[in-house]
Design a protein around this ligand. Structure first.
Ligand code: PAF
Length: 286
């Protein structure tokens, strides 16, 4: 496994790997956990070689967010990836990614605007910009993202379609189902911020979501059920709820009732120092 930190060696390494078969990219911000390794395994199953990028992208953090506190564990991450048969780790510095004079921003309207886009202005511009750069740097045939960041996946697919990206083509951007802890909490690097007490309470998020989905699929009114879900989270130890929405699974337009089209329940809520997000499929039509 090669760990590369500048662009020229990256281009050479990528060319050599691609001569040998398809190359998959798993973009990450490091602090890897089982959820990331699941993406890597999925990528390995579909491509001859897997590249993993590790870059804590300052452009996707707001002024009051956790950029400085975000865990950075390059050595440990590389050791984990070596064990997974990854061919290449791309770990550029901020200066390599955004050299002096850097001035370009990619903004995807529509899917970026609601949900996390409303509570984190500029976040998805930062994500779309860095992912487009990572795609151009690594030029993968396929790319893999966690479904835990459902809106991020929708934004990246829209960006790839709109910009006619070739490596990877939008159709070869894959979402991988969320990996969960035994109590149902979605794995996230930000779970590390939680105290044991907060961590125990955080399991209320997936549990309350499952309960709400059962009610909506059983015919309960959507608005009332979502309102009840938000109150339930506050009752069970969350400090605040950023959003609780039922949306069309691909356009992310809010839905006030099930229509038979794929729907998704998406939630963001704060507990202790962490803002947790989760999403789940909702089936049926009423
Ligand atoms: O999901 C993440 O870890 C990041 O948002 C990504 C896609 C690596 C872009 O920085």
């Amino acid at each position: 496994m090669q760990t590369i930190q500048s662009l020229d060696p990256l281009r050479n390494a990528v060319e050599t790997l691609r001569a040998d078969g398809e190359l998959a990219l798993v973009p990450t911000m490091g602090a890897l956990h089982e959820g990331h390794l699941t993406l890597v395994r999925e990528a390995k199953a579909r491509a001859a070689h897997v590249a993993v990028s590790i870059f804590v992208n300052p452009r996707q953090f707001g002024a009051n967010e956790d950029l400085d506190a975000y865990p950075r564990r390059l050595e440990r991450d590389c050791a984990m990836l070596e064990g997974e048969g990854v061919s290449l780790v791309w770990a550029p510095s901020v200066e390599v990614m955004y050299p002096e004079g850097y001035a370009t921003n990619i903004s995807v309207s529509g899917v970026s605007e609601g949900l996390c886009g409303a509570s984190r202005p500029g976040h998805f511009d930062g994500v779309a910009t860095v992912v487009c750069k990572l795609f151009n740097q690594v030029r993968p045939d396929l790319a893999f993202f966690g479904e835990k960041d459902w809106q991020q996946l929708a934004v990246i697919r829209r960006m790839a379609r709109d910009l006619d990206l070739v490596r990877p083509h939008a159709d070869r951007i894959f979402g991988v189902p969320t990996v969960r802890e035994a109590d149902g909490l979605a794995m996230s690097s930000r779970n590390a911020y939680l105290s044991p007490n907060e961590r125990a309470k955080a399991a209320a998020l997936p549990q309350a979501m499952h309960e709400a989905i059962g009610k909506i699929e059983g015919g309960s009114e959507v608005a009332a059920t979502l309102g009840h879900l938000a109150l339930e989270l506050l009752d069970r130890g969350f400090a605040s709820v950023d959003y609780v929405e039922l949306c069309d699974a691909s356009s992310l337009e809010p839905m006030s009732a099930l229509t038979g089209k794929p729907a998704r329940l998406l939630v963001a809520a704060r507990i202790g120092p962490a803002r947790l997000i989760d999403n789940m499929a909702v089936n049926g039509a009423h």
